[in-house]
Write a protein that binds this ligand. Structure first.
Ligand code: ATP
Ligand code: MG
Length: 233
């Protein structure tokens, strides 16, 4: 394991701990043993040993990160993900489309005017591809995905009046329209993301105009490039 990989897990871990240089060629089992020793020497460590082990195994396999892009309908997830996928060649997975295409639902909900997503079917369908890494997942919900899948969770947010206009242009009417605006006002998706993922993985991005999309895509493209360097070296 490279020391850079450890830095990603816990920024100050490397500075606090001396490693023999030959551990660069350690096997996965040796890595786990080494981490147990490191964690045992850090009594104030704020994460669980099992969790770190999973991250090491997963990051060891992935060549690129998995990113989840969430937010209220209309905040621009699909628009941004499409552009980000073009810029990075990562795979864009639009969960709404996937559910329709592969019938990963329990039928149509007339009241909510959408398919009733079957969470188990969706997670089973995605398990292998998420393990490979390099995915940008686009969905207006996030609490049912396994936490270990994602290296970063982006929550898009839009000014209420701008969002109202976008959803009206789509033909949304009350109560669907007002439900979505309330969802944005009360930051429901940001709360859901913070409850479902560790704090350092969740970032809120503004998505009011074209400049916001460009800036968000540029920021994420840089982050993705930097993320992949340690696991490729
Ligand atoms: N940052 C932005 N600036 C200007 N227009 C935007 C922005 N983001 C999205 N839009 C426009 O808003 C509309 C909704 O965008 P989009 O379909 O990407 O939203 P979404 O979050 O994927 O919605 P859903 O959850 O329903 O799939 C589109 O017409 C898109 O062009
Ligand atoms: Mg969309």
């Amino acid at each position: 394991m490279e020391s850079d990989e450890l830095t990603m897990l816990k920024p100050n871990l490397v500075q606090q701990t001396q490693y023999p240089t030959e551990t660069a060629a350690a096997t996965p089992v040796e890595c786990k043993v080494m981490l147990r020793v490191i964690l045992a020497s850090l009594p104030l460590c704020d994460f669980k040993e099992g969790y770190v082990e999973v991250m090491v195994q997963e990051n060891g396999k992935r060549k690129s990160p998995n990113i989840l892009v969430t937010g209220t309908p209309g905040t621009g997830k699909t628009t941004m993900c499409t552009s980000l996928a073009e810029a990075t060649q990562l795979r864009h997975i639009n969960i709404g489309e996937l559910v329709k295409e592969k019938n990963l639902h329990d039928g149509w909900d007339d009241e909510l005017d959408c398919y009733v997503l079957n969470e188990d079917l969706v997670c089973d369908e995605l398990e292998d591809v998420m393990e490979e890494g390099g995915n940008i997942v686009d969905y207006h919900g996030c609490d049912f995905f396994p936490e270990r899948w994602f290296d970063c969770v982006i929550v898009l947010q839009t000014d209420n009046t701008i969002l109202y206009d976008r959803l009206s242009r789509r033909g949304y009417k009350d109560p669907k329209l007002s439900n979505n605006i309330e969802c944005e006002i009360f930051q429901v998706l940001l709360e859901e993301a913070r409850e479902s993922y560790s704090e350092d993985k969740v970032i809120a991005f503004k998505s009011d105009n074209i400049e916001d999309i460009s800036r968000n895509v540029a920021t994420l493209t840089d982050w993705i490039r930097n993320w992949s360097l340690p696991s490729q070296s």
